[in-house]
Design a protein around this ligand. Structure first.
Ligand SMILES: C[S@@+](CC[C@H](N)C(=O)[O-])C[C@H]1O[C@@H](n2cnc3c(N)ncnc32)[C@H](O)[C@@H]1O
Length: 363
């Protein structure tokens, strides 16, 4: 049975998870409430595993985070005549009752959005909501903070990625998949075997999980992982969006938390350290390995003509988990050494780039 996370103060890993959710919500909301041109009436924020609203010390859980972040959007929601709905769900009756009370005590009367509260098992509720979601193109942010690993099955994942204008963040206990994948029951949830984990180290468990979900895609889509270490266990978030702007926003948050690798709340590749735990005196050894590999691969792809425009370079970089500024370091080096033509580099809003600038390779 999973530990009840609301009984005590949220631990450090939970706080990081919630901080990422908060920061993403902060970046996501204005895109839809304060857009220059509004193409939608409805906006949805779903929290499918809401919990009690806060921890034992009064720290805000995901439902209160949503309410807090909406405060600076009341005016925009009103003036743009938006119908914004916050959908909260919690299966356990006791927790649901606490949630209801907490939410009612924190939401001021007259707020310009609606809160819908449900007490249903996720699978059943998600199916119901999915029928409502798939028939329209309203902007949606979906948070799926499950306990363990059982809820985001292959089917749920393919439903999530089929939705238009939808971004999601889900949580998964990656170390558990590594530890228990041999048990038959596990295969009903995630079809990974011991073999899939054999080539990786335990700290990289969440990257294996990420590759599993990525391999299910079979279409152009944007995913990113973020590993969270709690004691000896690794958990993680998977972010998904069908728009490159969503991915860019998520990666900005991830690289702010970890300027070395942008995909974990710890030194996931033990980069920059010698085996002694000291920083190396040689600058090249201090360069993060993940970044080194990315730079080398990107350079090869540009010089072989595989990536032949600025847009292709930036989209490839985002999908590898890197920001435009990481790609720009490579582009600028190739330009200044005369290997490619002088193209203008960009550091944000890649989706606005048009038309593409062609990269010409100088022999
Ligand atoms: C990790 S906690 C969510 C914490 C929440 N995001 C917060 O910030 O406080 C997971 C919650 O999901 C609930 N839960 C577990 N299984 C569920 C299911 N099948 N359907 C809906 N809720 C479920 C649990 O009771 C628990 O409150």
């Amino acid at each position: 049975m999973a530990k009840d996370i609301h009984k005590n103060e949220f631990d450090f890993g939970t706080k990081i998870k919630l901080e990422i959710f908060r920061e993403y919500l902060k970046a996501w909301l204005p895109t839809f409430t304060k857009a220059r041109k509004i193409y939608w009436n409805d906006i949805f924020i779903y929290d499918f595993f809401s919990g009690e609203g806060k921890d034992s010390e009064g720290n805000s859980g995901s439902p209160l985070i949503i309410i807090e972040e909406l405060t600076s959007h009341h005016e925009a929601i009103n003036s743009n005549n938006l119908n914004l709905r916050v959908v909260l769900n919690e299966k356990l009756k006791r927790k649901f009752n606490v949630l209801k009370e907490v939410v009612h005590s924190r939401v001021a009367s007259g707020v310009p959005y609606k809160i819908e509260l449900y007490q249903k098992p996720f699978k059943e509720f998600f199916q119901e909501q999915y029928f409502r979601m798939k028939s329209d193109q309203s902007p949606r942010l979906i948070f799926l903070d499950q306990y363990g690993i059982k809820e985001i099955t292959k089917d749920v994942f393919s439903m999530l990625v089929s939705l238009k204008r939808t971004d999601f963040i889900f949580f998964i206990s990656s170390s558990f998949v590594r530890r228990f994948n041999e048990q038959e029951e596990f295969q009903n949830y995630i079809a990974l075997t011991k073999n899939d984990f054999d080539k990786s180290r335990p700290v990289h468990s969440h990257r294996v999980i990420f590759e599993y979900y990525k391999a299910l895609l079979g279409k152009e889509y944007h995913l990113a992982p973020f590993s969270i270490k709690k004691g000896s266990n690794v958990y993680g978030l998977i972010f998904g969006s069908n728009h490159s702007l969503g991915l860019e926003k998520f990666l900005n948050i991830a690289w702010k938390i970890n300027p070395h690798s942008g995909d974990a709340n710890f030194n996931i590749d033990e980069e920059g350290y010698l085996n002694t735990g000291q920083w190396s005196l040689f600058p090249s050894e201090n360069l993060p390995k993940k970044l080194n590999i990315f730079e080398r691969d990107l350079k090869t792809k540009i010089l072989s003509g595989e990536l032949s425009s600025d847009i292709e370079v930036y989209n490839y970089s985002l999908d590898q988990g890197f920001l435009p500024r990481h790609a720009n370091a490579v582009l600028k080096e190739l330009i200044s050494s005369g290997r490619i033509n002088n193209i203008k580099t960009t550091s944000s809003n890649i989706h606005r780039l048009s038309p593409p600038q062609k990269i010409v390779i100088h022999e």
